[in-house]
Each structure stands twice: as structure tokens, then as C-alpha cells.
Write a protein that binds this ligand. Structure first.
Ligand code: NI
Length: 198
């Protein structure tokens, strides 16, 4: 194991070179790499079920911006914090907020039934749409948004979900506009970004 550092250093240098290349190519920080292209293959049509048990196709949001977050209602910390962040940001956006729909898509459809989401979404505001579906539909929409999720058994029984923590903004045409790391942005900065991009 003593030789490990000798192997680690070249690996670190290689990663740094690759990251440096992307920053140089785009003239921006890494998150800009996706937003800069404008045609990044993120997102796609979906048909899911909302918290009132109605089928909701992505087309039903046409003409409005979708602010989308994937998570699960049993999430102990990150998901509620992020949904609060989205709600806070929208309350600071101003008149443009009326065209932005905050959407929570569960990656735990086993427990996040429409009824469960109905109770859960209430905590974050009446404008929130909670979406669920069968596992196949959730897998498809998660893959389209490059969202990772995995069931994680808990020591005390039951399970949690590992999942990506990304907020997406999709345009009125359903096309990808921007994304944010939910742990790296506050409500004021998110509100300012939403005003600028909508
Ligand atoms: Ni979560």
C-alpha cells in the first residue's frame, strides 16, 4: 500500500488536465459546459401522475418554465431543504414567477404515492406539482434527466435513497435551459438566475 501515492499523483494530474481542458474550451466554469451548448441532451417527454392522481404529460406544462427537482418525500434533509430553496427563490423572482412551475419528481415511487405526495407538497406551497409513476416510468424520466438514484438499506431497517441533487430549468418548449447544484446556491442567487433566464 506504500506505493499508492505514486499511483495517485498521476491520476490526480490526469483528472486536473481533463477538467482544465473543459474549462479552457468553454471559457467558463464546468457547470457552464452544459449550459453553454444550449442543446445538451437533458430532459425529454414524460407522462407521470400528479399528487391529485391525474396523469400529467410534459406537454401539459408547455408554455411554462419547469423548475424540476428529483428526490423523495422520506428524504431526511436534502430534499426538503431544496424544495424550500425553490419555493423561497420563486417568492423572490417577481412577476416572472407566474410562468415557472416548481416540479418534484420522486425517485421512490414505491412509497411516494399520489396521496403521500399530496401531503408532502403542501408543506412547500400550492404551486408545487409532485409527480410519481410506476418504476419503469420513473427510471425513464430519471435517465432522460441524467439523474442517478439507488436504494440504500438502513441499519435500523427500511431504506433511504441515494440520488443526484440537481435543480433543472426547462424552457416553455420543454428544452433544457440551465441547472444548479442545490447545495451551492441560495434563494437570492437562484431567484436572480431565474429572472435572467426566463
Ligand atoms: Ni433527498
Amino acid at each position: 500500500m506504500r506505493r499508492l501515492p505514486l499511483l495517485v499523483l498521476p491520476a490526480v494530474l490526469a483528472v486536473a488536465l481533463v477538467l482544465g481542458f473543459f474549462v479552457w474550451r468553454t471559457g467558463d466554469a464546468l457547470p457552464g459546459f452544459v449550459t453553454a451548448s444550449g442543446t445538451a441532451a437533458v430532459g425529454g417527454p414524460f407522462t407521470l401522475v400528479d399528487q391529485d392522481g391525474r396523469r400529467r404529460a410534459s406537454a401539459s406544462f408547455a408554455g411554462r418554465y419547469m423548475l424540476i427537482y428529483f428526490g423523495y418525500s422520506y428524504c431526511p434533509d436534502v430534499c426538503p431543504t431544496t424544495l424550500s430553496l425553490m419555493g423561497d427563490a420563486l417568492s423572490k423572482v417577481g412577476p416572472k414567477a407566474g410562468r415557472i412551475v416548481p416540479i418534484f419528481i420522486t425517485i421512490d415511487p414505491e412509497r411516494d404515492t399520489p396521496r403521500q405526495l399530496k401531503t408532502y407538497m403542501r408543506a412547500f406551497g400550492p404551486q408545487f406539482v409532485g409527480l410519481t409513476g410506476d418504476l419503469a416510468a420513473i427510471r425513464t424520466v430519471a435517465a432522460a434527466y441524467r439523474v442517478y438514484f439507488r436504494k440504500q438499506p438502513l441499519a435500523q431497517g427500511g431504506y433511504g435513497m441515494d440520488h443526484s441533487n440537481v435543480i433543472y430549468l426547462m424552457g416553455p418548449d420543454g428544452k433544457f435551459l440551465a441547472y444548479w447544484d442545490d447545495t451551492a446556491i441560495g434563494p437570492d442567487a437562484l431567484a436572480a438566475a431565474l429572472r435572467e433566464k426566463t
